[in-house]
Design a protein around this ligand. Structure first.
Ligand SMILES: C[S@@+](CC[C@H](N)C(=O)[O-])C[C@H]1O[C@@H](n2cnc3c(N)ncnc32)[C@H](O)[C@@H]1O
Length: 288
């Protein structure tokens, strides 16, 4: 990428800069080395992680979430899916052993290279297709072609407008009768400090020397990610509440029992599930 294009990209999409820094660090590393040096980008665990322990954790989450979203253990082999924000394949490996086709979509091309390596070692490489989300908002996948659109800890890291665009894309690429499960982060008391601080960190990230340092500091990188908070009302209004019960069936907001969520639209179910993080919520639905 030329210097001018890089600068243009940084100005247009500041929330992508911390990801690009992490991506750059993985460019010259194997997937295992990437996990050892940047595993904290994807995982809440720090310390002694390897590619194997990383994907084992991801696989456990894949099993739990598929069960939560109503898939049976042996019912997905013929199905296709897209994982929006696959990163270096923590969960993609697990999805690839369960689904016939998995489109791993990510804004960072270096992460996708590592993702291919992760799936090669710990998943089913013949099931994997990678999709570079070069503009951060559209998926190069055919309309109505996948059975399941999934996204975890990703839509909070884009600008609101990119996140909502990816929601529309998830609906576009999912077949009639297919399912979506999209994870978001909503406001907490802490966010009143975290979100402005995240903006400040992203400004500092534009200074190359500061960026080099910050990309190695976990707390600063994680602050830099804090790009948006979307509530169920924000997302449902963007999709169009007239679609609830018509194009979208069984629309459910899955949330933590420790948080009450406000949903103004009619016809939306709520489901409290203990394992959901208190600041997260999921939009789960089936396409008519
Ligand atoms: C915290 S990681 C989560 C990765 C994976 N879902 C997991 O749970 O291990 C967030 C991922 O979202 C990707 N990402 C951020 N903004 C994106 C965008 N606009 N489009 C696609 N991917 C994006 C980042 O590059 C990163 O790989």
């Amino acid at each position: 990428m030329t210097l001018l294009r890089r600068i243009g990209e940084r100005l247009r999409r500041p929330q992508g800069v911390p990801w690009r820094s992490a991506g750059l660090r993985t460019e010259s590393l194997s997937a295992d080395e990437s996990v050892r040096s940047t595993g904290w980008v994807f995982d809440n665990k720090t310390g002694n992680v390897s590619l194997e322990s990383f994907t084992t954790g991801g696989d456990n989450e894949v099993r739990r979430y598929l069960k939560l979203f109503g898939f049976s253990d042996d019912g997905t082999q013929e199905l296709s899916m897209v994982e929006i924000g696959s990163g270096i394949g923590r969960m993609t490996a697990g999805f690839s052993t369960r689904f016939g086709v998995v489109h791993a979509a990510d804004v960072d091309a270096a992460f996708l290279e590592r993702c291919r390596e992760t799936v090669f070692h710990h998943g089913q490489p013949t099931a994997l297709r990678t999709v570079h989300v070069a503009d951060g908002r559209t998926l190069d996948i055919e309309t109505g072609s996948v059975d399941f659109a999934f996204s975890y800890i990703t839509l909070q890291h884009c600008s609101s407008s990119d996140a909502l665009s990816l929601v529309h894309e998830a609906l576009r690429v999912t077949k009639s009768g297919g399912n979506i499960a999209l994870n978001f982060r909503t406001w907490t008391m802490l966010d009143t400090a975290l979100v402005p601080l995240g903006g400040l960190v992203r400004v500092l990230w534009r200074v190359p020397k500061a960026a080099k340092y910050m990309a190695r500091v976990r707390s600063l990188t994680r602050l830099g990610w804090q790009a948006n908070r979307l509530s169920p009302d924000d997302v449902l209004a963007s999709i169009g509440t007239d679609l609830i019960g018509t194009r979208l069936r069984d629309v459910t907001v899955v949330h933590s029992p420790r948080r009450s969520v406000r949903v103004s639209a009619q016809g939306v179910h709520r489901r409290a599930v203990r394992r959901v993080h208190p600041s997260h919520w999921w939009l789960v639905a089936r396409l008519a």
